[in-house]
Design a protein around this ligand. Sequence first.
Ligand code: GLN
Length: 192
Amino acid sequence: MKIAVVAVQGAFIEHITALHRLGIECIELRKKEDVLKPYDAIILPGGESTVQGKLLKELHMFNTIKEQIESGIPVLATCAGLILLARYISNDDREYFKTLPVTVKRNAYGRQLGSFHTINDFGDLGKIPMTFIRAPYIEAVSDDVEVLSTVDNNIAAVQYENQVALSFHPELDDDTKIYEHFIKLINTHCSN
Ligand code: GLN
């Protein structure tokens, strides 16, 4: 199994380190040629969605990645990555992949709660540590989206088909349960 991590901006190294700890091979997607290489899944890291979206378009990587997601390649999106996937962004006119039928709000926790850490239930994985940094939250989901975690009444994690999207940063905590959940999803997708 090989996981491709979008590496144009933001916290991509931390995802690669976490995956290496689990013995998973990674490749970095930095330029147009990279998105044509073989891989089984994609990680969209946290960072700044506006910068990442702009760079992916300028570097001619955007359309190929969008097509791969639309074709069902498993994706794990964290924070800015969630914003890139969302069909609607309630407080920004910019548009990106739009493959995940949710409405997301950028920088949703306001200034006082710019960054915080909590431990919260996540699907059937039990308690997970969650680090939020100028995080978005999900304001609305379409019926077929599964809500995996809600923090203070705000949706913080969802799954829709092969897309798992989180408003927090699993790569900044030692817990690997979310990566294991994603690896299971990739194995199921590869064996179909
Ligand atoms: N605030 C960032 C954005 O709007 C997301 C923050 C993050 O990825 N930690 O893109």
